[in-house]
Design a protein around this ligand. Structure first.
Ligand code: SAM
Length: 245
């Protein structure tokens, strides 16, 4: 999968992509991440990318011409890749969106700054708008990193075991069960006996129940879409009503 990221601070991306799984994904060729300085698509002497807002008001607005040129140029280099604008006004990013986007051959990400981008960029040069949450950041760079990270781990071959991504929170519709590792006891805190039993069928059942309990307690809003059996749904509803299992 090929990512092209348009930003006025491309240097921000160096360190987050230089370690761990993303680094290995780049090194193996599973993904290619190209960061671009928007100023390279300016045509004035001072490489200006922003201007005062029409109608007045605070802050600056990112100009349409360099962004339009950048998107047009990168669409040619990354054919078939949708263009996503990062904006707090966009569709909330989640695992379902990550899976859908990861099915594309690439993705072009437009990072805003200041008050945001000229509306004509949003309306005529972008295919979708992504928000990473209901809060306002100073720029689209951190959101772009979040999106690239979430998509990269879904690209086949990137995670060690393909099941890793299937089992996780928000993939099954449930939050994931709790994890433990050695030691079996720490300051009197014991790992649940079932996990030490070696009985894999019972462990699977326990994990499924824990995932349902967790989701019902922490994110009851997810339960109705989690594809539970009737018995599981009854258990979840009890927990949501405050009747502990
Ligand atoms: N004035 C804009 C508004 O009220 O919608 C906010 C602009 S914000 C200060 C500057 C840039 O940061 C945005 O153009 C966007 O690219 C990025 N940004 C900020 N918060 C974001 C979020 N929650 N999700 C995605 N991008 C965000």
């Amino acid at each position: 999968m090929r990512f092209d990221i348009i930003s006025i601070f491309p240097e921000m991306f160096e360190s987050p992509f230089a370690a761990s799984i993303i680094r290995r994904a780049v090194d193996s060729g599973a993904v290619a991440i190209h960061t671009h300085n928007l100023r390279d698509w300016t045509e004035d002497r001072h490489h200006i990318t922003d201007d005062y807002p029409y109608g007045g008001g605070p802050g600056m607005v990112m100009k349409v011409e360099p962004l339009a040129r950048a998107v047009e140029a990168l669409r040619e280099k990354n054919p078939g890749a949708p263009v996503a604008l990062l904006t707090p006004q966009g569709t909330p990013f989640n695992q379902t969106m990550a899976r859908a986007l990861a099915a594309n051959p690439g993705l072009i990400l437009v990072c805003g700054r200041y008050e945001g981008v000229d509306e004509r960029v949003r309306a005529h040069y972008c295919d979708l708008e992504i928000s990473i949450g209901d809060y306002v950041l100073t720029g689209g760079e951190l959101p772009a990193m979040v999106v690239v990270d979430a998509l990269t781990r879904l690209v086949p071959g990137v995670l060690g075991t393909p099941e890793s991504a299937d089992d996780e929170s928000h993939s099954t519709g449930l939050l994931e069960y709790p994890h433990y590792t050695r030691p079996a006891e720490f300051k009197g805190l014991r790992v649940p006996d079932i996990l030490l039993s070696g009985d894999h069928a019972k462990i699977e059942d326990w994990r499924r129940a824990q995932a349902i309990i967790r989701t019902a307690r922490r994110r009851p809003d997810l339960i109705s879409r989690a594809g539970l059996t009737d018995a599981e749904r009854l258990m979840a509803e009890k927990i949501i009503r405050g009747e502990e299992p």
